[in-house]
Design a binder for this molecule. Structure first.
Ligand code: NAP
Length: 255
């Protein structure tokens, strides 16, 4: 069996690292993309190797069109194809500001990294996938969005709007790429323990204790990684545009 090639953006730390490790357990070669923390990316590559996979690290800013083009070109130069794209890279606003005060600079940054980047990277990778001969499984695309797709947090409207856009990204590319045999999925994580949530740990500890979601614990990067590994195994061949909630049941309405 050929070794599947996965490109995971923002894979050095946090959720992306959890995804890379779970895909490595399936024997994938992983392209570990990162923005600037090369030590974390190198550490991730070691963990990927220890888990049974292999890979390379590539520094690239997903919000830059030049960097996206280089990321895809280097991946194809090394491995000849891409079987799985995971759009995971994303940032929180530097400052959580009320939507009556929040500025355009933060809005532009969040839209650029969290929405424009994955949209045009998906476009680029989709064209590469269309040009490829299939291996055992058809190529697939997974985007990591958030419960912020539908949850209004009035102190980070920029983040919520960018994530809401990823919901439509999934629908659009699922509809467009089905004729090419490429299925497209969205993972909506709830609160996951990473650097991104490190600064608001006490707030979420209290929410968990109060029962804000039914499964009373922090989500872990491996929770997201395992969901994506299930997709990567090819077990959802007649599903596309599907949304998987990995949120401890946060999306449920209860009475
Ligand atoms: P994190 O711990 O802050 O890690 C972010 C990763 O993204 C890092 O590897 C970082 O690279 C990379 N990155 C940041 N900006 C980038 C850019 N412009 N180009 C390429 N890579 C970039 O964040 P996380 O919590 O793992 O979040 C990962 C994704 O899950 C994000 O899209 C986030 O919105 C989403 N999410 C997170 C949670 C949560 O509770 N943590 C919940 C729902 C959704 P460096 O290491 O080089 O800085």
């Amino acid at each position: 069996m050929a070794t599947p090639i996965s490109l995971v953006t923002g894979a050095g730390r946090g959720i992306g690292r959890g995804i890379a490790i779970e895909l490595a357990r399936l024997g994938h070669n992983i392209v570990i993309n990162y923005a600037g923390n090369s030590a974390a990316a190198d550490e991730c590559l070691e963990l990927v190797r220890a888990a049974g996979g292999d890979g390379i690290t590539i520094k690239a800013d997903v919000s830059s069109s030049q960097d996206r083009a280089r990321l895809v070109a280097k991946t194809v130069e090394k491995y000849g194809r891409i079987d799985l794209l995971v759009n995971n890279a994303g940032v929180a606003p530097n400052v959580r500001a009320d939507i009556l005060e929040a500025g355009e600079e933060s809005f532009d940054r969040l839209i650029s990294i969290n929405l424009k980047g994955p949209y045009f990277l998906t476009q680029l990778v989709a064209k590469q996938m269309i040009s490829q001969t299939w291996q055992e499984f058809p190529p697939q695309i997974v985007t990591v969005s958030s419960v912020s797709v539908y949850t209004a947090s009035t102190n980070r409207g920029d983040y919520c709007i960018a994530k809401a856009g990823l919901g439509m990204l999934t629908a659009l590319f699922a509809a467009r790429l089905a004729e090419h045999g490429i299925n497209v999925y969205e993972i909506r994580p709830g609160v996951i323990a990473t650097d991104m949530t490190g600064g608001v740990k006490e707030k979420y500890d209290a929410l968990i204790e109060a029962g804000a979601w039914p499964i009373k614990r922090w989500g872990q990067p491996s929770d997201v990684g395992r969901a994506i590994a299930a997709i990567a195994r090819g077990d959802f061949p007649f599903s596309t545009g599907e949304v998987f909630n990995v949120d401890g049941g946060f999306h449920l309405r209860t009475l």
